[in-house]
Design a protein around this ligand. Structure first.
Ligand SMILES: C[S@@+](CC[C@H](N)C(=O)[O-])C[C@H]1O[C@@H](n2cnc3c(N)ncnc32)[C@H](O)[C@@H]1O
Length: 283
């Protein structure tokens, strides 16, 4: 088992063999690590979380906030006919919900294996498959102004080294006025041990330490990376790219939800937020 450092707010299921450390990780190293980690772990991720996510639901976070109720992308009925880019789509569960609302989603992910799970779900259901694209979110393979809306449920944002570049890319591919809505681990979680129990309630690290969380093999090569930004960093990256921040949603842990997801648990959810959802509009 990996030696988990004090802060490791990983959305993934469990550590692999190797060291877990806080150190710098450049975009190329991060991207390489993410692609192979998600390819190797997509089966386990879908096995473990597929039922919670649902094949055609749009779930923003482990707190279970559902777009059908939250309507962060726009009011009911407003998605019909829109070109939507889902970034870090995994098995494209959210895109399937978007298609059912009459939108035209494109599900982008770095991991081929995750996208194979999208195809698996589509084949099992019949009907029109979700359009999928394998690409890195930091370099979107689309023309300027190709989409009306972009969204991401814990997709690429926590896994990209240069999220300022990612925000600029999303701005480029959106049409004027288009929304960009994404969920990430709430930045405050980086100050706490990533444990669902009481040990996860005491701050042990600095919220201000932006050093990435890296799992690495015996040669020192990164096998998994997550990057941290404070709330202020995220706001600055959005506004610098030309977005206007409309809302910052911090979903509360709902009564009755007992299911844990890694360090996300009812106990911790009662004390402080686990997810931040940024709702922005392209200027
Ligand atoms: C925690 S999963 C979330 C997937 C899906 N949104 C869900 O809710 O299940 C993160 C996804 O982001 C993808 N990802 C990580 N880095 C990426 C990048 N640089 N570009 C595109 N996708 C990336 C991973 O392959 C993985 O499918």
């Amino acid at each position: 088992m990996a030696t988990t450092p004090d802060t490791a707010p990983s959305i993934h299921a469990e550590d692999e063999d190797g060291d877990a450390v806080r150190r710098d990780a450049a975009p190329a190293e991060t991207s390489r690590a993410s692609r192979s980690w998600w390819d190797r772990n997509a089966d386990e991720y879908q096995d473990e979380h597929g039922e919670f996510l649902g094949d055609d639901r749009f779930t923003w976070c482990p707190e279970g906030l559902d777009e059908a109720e939250a309507r962060l992308l726009g009011p009911a009925g407003s998605l019909r006919g829109l070109d939507v880019l889902e970034i870090g789509a995994g098995a494209a569960q959210c895109s399937r919900w978007l298609a059912a609302q009459g939108a035209r989603p494109v599900a982008l992910d770095l991991s081929f294996r995750q996208l194979q799970h999208s195809r698996r779900i589509d084949l099992g259901r019949g009907g029109e498959p979700v359009a999928v694209v394998q690409a890195d979110a930091e370099v979107l393979p689309f023309a300027d102004g190709a989409f009306d809306l972009a969204c991401s449920a814990y997709g690429a944002v926590p896994f990209c080294a240069d999220t300022a570049a990612l925000m600029r890319e999303v701005h480029r591919v959106l049409r004027p006025g288009g929304r960009w809505v994404f969920s990430v681990t709430h930045p405050i979680r980086w100050a706490f041990p990533d444990e669902p129990g009481p040990e996860g309630l005491t701050a042990t690290a600095s919220y201000f330490d932006r050093t990435p969380y890296v799992e690495q093999d015996e040669t020192g090569q990164a096998t998994y990376v997550e990057h941290h930004r404070t709330l202020g960093d995220r706001v600055r990256e959005l506004t610098a790219a030309g977005f206007q921040l409309l809302d910052l949603v911090e979903p509360e842990w709902p009564a009755g939800l007992e299911q844990e997801w890694g360090g996300w648990s009812p106990l911790r959810g009662r004390h402080f937020p686990g997810t931040a959802i940024f709702v922005a509009r392209r200027g």
